[in-house]
Design a protein around this ligand. Structure first.
Ligand code: ADP
Ligand code: MG
Length: 340
């Protein structure tokens, strides 16, 4: 299984755009690494550097299994790629699309194409033209084509972004199963944090061409390294208060405070770390600003606890009408303080 290493890889485009700042990254053999970040942060460019579709600025190196491939063109790197836009031949059949890479390499195609059709559950579509397929079917064909040539590395750039929600969930589960079963090295680009959390062995959170944090999904979620990661991954509440005498004083109440710092501090916590309680057990009290019934839970936006509204989630079935008092207790072990 192929490991990938990027060493001081930067990318400046001809027009002067610095898409990627000098970046060092190690991807272990067999690992699924997800690049996560907002649009324009450099995810696709980094993926293209790995693929050999872009060359890094002078001084940057790309290594596969410790061998420098910086000068090796894409067709000799043996990578499989899947794009958001499918990039299939629309007027060719499914099987011809899947066989394409094999034929280019003069490799026997027939048995391999059959295997790929079975693996992606698209056997009955083999003689259909690609332009007659749904988005989800096209993406299955694109995966089959990428895997047919038995690449060392699979690179996926937002493969589910163009699909509707239900289909996205189904194919995500399937891609996850596929990557685990094949055990191959994969790099998956997305701006969707749920996708990143569920697929990645590790996540590389990117912001403005830089790595904001690298870690397992749990590390990224529970121990964000900085404010950008805290805000980008999941929902994060922030409260400013004054720490004194073992308490944190807030506009809506007070919390126990064991932190070393005194004076003004900002705490961060996830919606699920707050519980709606009755008045007697309240640490904090605010009012319902608005609420969103999501079926399995209700998302309640609470004002008056701090300077900005808090987001709280509850599985209680009752309605939360605007203006009504909400009493809250916080899991203080789940509180974070960040200096940045
Ligand atoms: P992402 O995939 O995270 O949305 P990209 O890697 O596509 O981001 O782009 C990163 C930055 O580089 C963006 O500002 C984008 O506009 C710019 N960029 C991408 N490709 C080119 C190019 N060929 N020429 C000039 N700028 C580019
Ligand atoms: Mg992109």
């Amino acid at each position: 299984m192929t490991s990938i290493r990027l060493e001081r890889c930067a990318k400046t485009f001809a027009d002067g755009t610095r898409a990627v700042e000098p970046l060092d990254l190690e991807i272990r053999g067999g690992e699924t690494v997800v690049f996560l970040g907002p649009s324009g942060c450099g995810k696709t460019t980094t993926l293209r550097l790995i693929a050999g579709l872009e060359a890094p600025d002078p001084g940057g190196r790309v290594l596969f299994d410790d061998v420098d491939v910086t000068e090796v063109p894409i067709e000799r790197r043996n990578v499989g790629m899947v794009f958001q836009s499918y990039a299939l031949f629309p007027n060719m059949t499914v099987e011809d699309n899947i066989a394409y890479g094999l034929k280019v390499r003069r490799a026997p195609a027939r048995a391999r194409v059959d295997d790929m059709l079975t693996m992606m559950h698209i056997g009955e579509l083999r003689r259909r033209r690609v332009d007659q397929l749904s988005g989800g079917q096209k993406q299955r064909v694109a995966l089959a084509r990428a895997l047919a040539v038995q690449p060392r590395v699979l690179l996926l750039d937002e493969p589910l972004t163009a699909l509707d929600a239900k289909l996205r969930d189904g194919l995500r589960i399937e891609i996850d199963g596929l990557l685990r079963r094949l055990g191959m090295t994969a790099v998956y680009v997305t701006h969707d944090q749920a996708e990143a959390m569920s697929l990645g062995d590790r996540i590389v959170v990117m912001s403005r061409g830089r790595v904001a944090q690298v870690g397992r999904p749990r590390d990224i979620y529970f121990a964000p390294a900085n404010r950008f990661v805290a805000d980008f991954v999941g929902t994060m509440n922030a409260l400013k208060g004054v720490a004194r005498d073992g308490h944190l004083e807030l506009p809506g109440g007070r919390l126990p405070w064991r932190g070393a710092r005194a004076g003004e501090v900002e705490i961060l916590f996830r919606p699920e770390s707050v519980t709606i309680v009755d008045a007697a057990r309240a640490q904090l009290t605010g009012r319902v600003l608005t609420s969103f019934f999501l079926g399995d839970r209700t998302r309640v936006v609470v004002e008056g606890v701090g300077a900005t509204p808090l987001i709280v989630e509850t599985t209680e079935r009752r309605e939360f009408a605007p203006g009504h008092a909400v009493h809250l207790a916080l899991d203080t072990d789940a509180m974070l303080t960040l200096d940045r």
